[in-house]
Write a protein that binds this ligand. Structure first.
Ligand SMILES: [Zn+2]
Length: 363
């Protein structure tokens, strides 16, 4: 693994070879190859942008950080099964002897990436980070491993930032094909954490949750924003939802930092996802995210890898998160995108969402 000097870099990838040691069985889509393919693309980028782009090796998260979010019984169970050489925590959650260590390192990577962004001046010259880690995290609840996820890397990171840094408000934007039910549940009654998710409609996709009307509860009412999208939703529909719902809410919330649950399984070629996005669509999403961060959070934005199983297209999407930081002029030029088969339904969803959320946000 190439580890480079992060000091002068404008974009830092955080990763570890330990993340490749967790394996869920022969030919499982959530495989170590996902990280290998992405890092191959990162290493290619390093050849041309060395000095501007760097790679940092991450370490295990401290248990105290993990247990702020997860019940200690759950953490101990993952540790014990791994120590025994492996086992299973449900149909989507097989463990081998490295799973516990990889899950801790993944959480540590997500934290490190966000810390880098907090510590740097991001607005003027631009700075960004991306944690290339696995196992992913956004389905893991406080006490349960679910959907290939063991510890919720995103929730662990957001909670640490709120408790240990001068961070009052965190916005999480979840662009994975699947609703991040774990992250949503963990912050469902919080108004310090805004959770916005665009995902395949729960009537047709895992995890069967993430409907429009799930908007948070108690203090957190209005701070959980679900944008369910029908199968076949393409770039144009997706970007309209971004422009008309995601960005206005982020602008009104004014977070101290934006954390992105970056899953790329909404790609039209993904073997698991059901949306129809293209690499150009993800490129536009990345540009919109960075443009919004510049406006609302002093440029502070860090991304954490979630799903994405098309090994050919996913690395391109990850790299498209670097360009708006290194070459900000790309943000000004919108590339033309095509609609999928769901333009009318998506526009209806946006109108419904505006009705539901207008008491909370200026939509
Ligand atoms: Zn997913």
């Amino acid at each position: 693994m190439v580890v480079s000097d992060v000091e002068g870099a404008k974009f830092v990838f955080v990763t570890s070879p330990v993340c490749e040691k967790h394996v869920m069985g022969f030919s499982h889509p959530e495989s170590p190859e996902r990280i290998r393919e992405i890092m191959e693309a990162v290493n290619k980028l390093l050849e041309t942008r060395n000095g501007e782009v760097a790679v940092l090796e991450c370490k295990e998260a401290d248990l105290v950080d993990v247990e702020r979010v997860h019940d200690s019984d759950h953490v101990e169970l993952v540790r014990r099964i791994s120590k025994q050489g492996g086992g299973s925590l449900g149909p989507d959650n097989d463990l081998n002897s490295f799973t516990y260590q990889a899950a801790l390192v993944a959480a540590g990577g997500a934290i490190s990436a966000a810390q880098l962004v907090l510590e740097r001046e991001c607005g003027k010259d631009g700075f960004g980070s991306f944690a290339i880690i696995r196992p992913p995290g956004h389905h893991a609840s406080r006490d349960m491993a679910r959907g290939f996820c063991f510890f919720n890397n995103m929730a662990i990171t957001a909670t640490k930032l709120l408790q240990e840094y001068l961070v009052g408000k965190v916005a999480i934007v979840d662009i994975d094909n699947h609703f991040g039910d774990g992250t949503s549940e963990i912050f469902y009654d919080s108004r310090n954490v805004l959770y916005v998710s665009l995902h395949a409609h729960p009537s047709f996709a895992y995890p069967g949750k993430g409907f429009l009307a799930e908007i948070g509860k108690d203090e957190g009412e209005g701070y959980n924003v679900n944008i369910p999208l029908f199968p076949g939703t393409g770039d144009q529909e997706y970007l309209e939802a971004f422009d008309r719902v995601v960005i206005p809410i982020l602008e009104a919330f004014k977070p101290d930092i934006i954390l992105v649950s970056a899953g790329f399984d909404g790609m039209y070629t993904d073997p698991i996802g059901s949306l129809a996005l293209t690499p150009t669509g993800y490129e536009e999403v990345a540009k919109k995210l960075y443009a919004t961060a510049r406006k609302v959070s002093s440029g502070k934005l860090s991304s954490i890898l979630e799903g994405g199983y098309d090994l050919d297209n996913m690395p391109k999407c990850v790299i498209s998160f670097v360009t708006p930081v290194l070459d900000p002029s790309v943000i000004e030029v919108e590339k033309p995108v095509k609609a999928g088969s769901r333009l009318e339904q998506t526009r209806k969803t946006i109108e419904n969402l505006k009705d539901i959320l207008s008491p909370f946000w200026p939509l």
